[in-house]
Design a protein around this ligand. Structure first.
Ligand code: 3PG
Length: 427
């Protein structure tokens, strides 16, 4: 085989998805020496598992094979994100496949061939690998297949083009990319870390996560708790309560003087938590929020200056929209993920459906009046990326120190997301 794997990918008419984002406390991949170790990954496609169930019971061997192939596409997406190009793989070294199997099922190797055949088709000899295929009695979220792998990395050749930068567009449910959100006009190049008086990028993007990582994680979690914090010393307990309930994210609204401090305290105590700022209505607040460690910015409406500032500083911003005109303004900046606010007061699901019909490429985060009672109705809609709301972190619980109640309501919200979308965690 002469063609390199990136060329072969095109020849086979295949496109890699956006790399899955780990929501647990682990990295999608780790480089040790000249080896790249990839975490266990599964058969997510467009934000949902391609199949759910045990091979040999609910699923056929052929479906298991397809699940393994999709899983390998996701692993290849991680490799490309880490190395810049599949062409930097010197050799696929090892593949370990776990098959969620019915008791009597014993054809695990044929299932994992779905992954191995794809590797050989793309990499030829360099794709031949050592392998283990194991049957297990269950896997997280009842997914049929999980695969981990190790590849040997080819060093970057001196004088050749640098590896392609990590792809920035947003992964969205029901659509492979939403190209505008992070690649909007006016966006600063990767190296321009500072404008006059700006916050260093290192502060804006903790842990080296890219903008698309942050947004993807919010989409996968499905619910963004919107919190009005009255006292900064409530921050850590709030973060713990949300994490205990299964939502490692929060939008702290700039409606109180304590917001900036609360963001800073959460970002510092829980660097894995995705903390952002809400109700940001001017650039000064956006600067303070980013300086405190906010990893995304939400506004109740559309403001050119806030959007420009966020794009220049490569921090994801989600303007609020209530009308088609405001959506057009966002699209004009290359933004196609917007907050639909105030969702219920505007007319709820039917109004969102009517507006969204005109904008097939736009994804929405309905916020305002969302509760455990109407959450599912929004999450059912393909154009809904996630929902925002304060019902699970209401001031009455925060101020009374009722963190157990926050955890309970968070768990309830997570369960609703799971029942609408599957396990919701990209592995
Ligand atoms: C917001 O700032 O996004 C809203 O206040 C959240 O709306 P809710 O309080 O009705 O959930």
């Amino acid at each position: 085989m002469t063609a390199d794997p990136e060329t072969r990918l095109k020849e086979l008419g295949l496109e890699l998805p956006d790399p899955p984002h780990p929501v647990g406390a682990y990295a999608p991949a780790v480089i040790a020496g000249d080896l790249l170790y990839l975490s266990g990954t599964t058969c997510y496609k467009d934000g949902r598992p391609l199949f759910v169930g045990r091979v040999g019971a609910e699923l056929s061997l052929e479906e298991g094979y397809s699940a393994a192939r999709q899983t390998m596409l996701n692993l290849l997406a991680v490799i490309r994100a880490e190395l810049g190009s599949l062409n930097r793989v010197e050799q696929v070294v090892r593949v370990t496949g776990y098959v969620n199997s019915a008791a009597e099922f014993d054809q695990q190797p044929s299932v994992i061939n779905g992954a191995s055949d794809l590797l050989e088709a793309l990499f030829g000899e360099r794709g031949r690998h050592a392998r283990t295929s194991i049957g297990v009695s269950t896997l997280p979220g009842h997914i049929p297949v999980e695969i981990e792998m190790v590849v040997k990395i080819r060093p970057v050749t001196r004088g050749r083009a640098a590896p392609r930068p990590r792809k920035e567009p947003l992964a969205a449910r029901g659509s492979s990319t939403l190209p505008g959100l992070v690649a909007g006009r006016g966006q600063a190049p990767e190296s321009s870390s500072c404008l006059a008086g700006a916050v260093p990028l290192a502060q804006v993007r903790s842990q080296g996560a890219t903008m698309s990582d942050v947004i993807q994680a919010l989409g996968q979690l499905g619910v963004v708790p919107v919190v009005k914090v009255e006292r900064a010393d409530q921050a850590e307990k709030l973060a713990e309560a949300l994490q205990a309930g299964g939502l490692p994210c929060a939008e702290i609204t700039f409606r109180t003087a304590a917001a900036e401090q609360a963001i800073a305290r959460i970002a510092s105590a829980y660097p894995n938590m995705i903390v952002g700022a809400g109700t940001v209505i001017n650039v000064e607040q956006a600067e303070r929020a980013a300086g405190a460690g906010a990893r995304f910015i939400v506004s109740p409406g559309y403001d050119d200056n806030v959007v420009d500032w966020c794009q220049a500083h490569k921090i994801p911003s989600m303007p609020g929209v209530a009308t088609p005109t405001e959506i057009l303004m966002a699209l004009g900046k290359g933004i196609n993920l917007v907050k639909f606010f105030p969702a219920e007061a505007l007319g709820g699901v039917p109004v969102l459906e009517a507006i969204a019909a005109a904008f097939p490429g736009v994804r929405f985060v309905p916020t305002g009046g969302i509760t455990a009672q109407n959450l599912a109705a929004y999450l059912k809609l393909a154009m809904v990326f996630a929902c925002g709301g304060s019902w699970l972190v209401a001031g009455k619980f925060l101020n009374a120190g009722a963190f157990g109640e926050i955890t309970r309501l968070t768990r309830e919200a997570v369960e609703i997301v799971r029942s609408e979308r599957g396990p919701g965690v990209s592995r």
